[in-house]
Design a protein around this ligand. Structure first.
Ligand code: IMP
Ligand code: MG
Length: 184
């Protein structure tokens, strides 16, 4: 599968710097005595969420650290607007808690918007969103991220550090682009 890779965009050490920077922005933005409930979107956000959790929890109490599911890509490199959310019983950790929702990459924003919508039905005290990467898109978004690590221009499809191409290449320690001929 490595033959689909074009260029390395972020090396391991670049990613770790982005994680530290993002963690700092997060704990600086919350009151000291407030504890966070982290929810992250499987499977892509697993690596980022784990590293962010390690960094945040050195400074701040993390009450719960919980995976949820959301999918829109259906194995393609193009987003579909049809997002399905499965809270996997995370709903019991939402009411009156401060939720930090983590995803790997923010593209159209449809995934985050839908998950926030679902979480809000369970009455959190607050909810903020964070993604490692935001893709700059030309159209106006209706939904914005609270925290991001890095922005990319254009429509490169990314793999590695949790991000997958057809459920492969998540295990790469770096983030790379794939060759255009493998885009759908
Ligand atoms: P959105 O709903 O359009 O914002 O797309 C975000 C979701 O699509 C993320 O949760 C990712 O799983 C997936 N995604 C978007 N772009 C990429 C990419 O370049 N590589 C891998 N997954 C991606
Ligand atoms: Mg995803």
């Amino acid at each position: 599968m490595l033959h689909v890779i074009d260029k390395i965009l972020l090396k391991e050490e670049d990613i770790q710097k982005l994680v530290s920077k993002t963690a700092k922005a997060i704990y600086d933005s919350y009151n000291n005595n407030l504890s966070l409930t982290i929810m992250y979107i499987l499977k892509g956000a697993e690596n980022f969420a784990q590293d962010l959790y390690n960094s945040i929890s050195r400074e701040k109490k993390v009450l719960h650290y919980i995976p949820i599911r959301a999918s829109s890509y259906n194995g393609n490199t193009k987003s579909s607007n049809n997002v399905t959310v499965d809270l996997m019983q995370a709903e019991k950790f939402i009411a009156n808690n401060h939720i930090l929702l983590i995803d790997d990459i923010f593209d159209t924003g449809a995934t985050m918007a839908k998950v926030v919508d679902v979480i809000e039905q369970y009455k959190p005290a607050s909810i903020k969103t964070c993604a490692l990467i935001e893709r700059k898109i030309k159209t106006n978004r209706k939904f914005y991220l609270d925290f991001k690590g890095y922005s990319i221009e254009g429509d490169d499809f990314l793999v590695g550090y949790g991000l997958d191409y057809k459920d492969k290449l998540r295990e790469l320690p770096y983030i790379a682009t794939i060759k255009k001929e493998f885009h759908d």
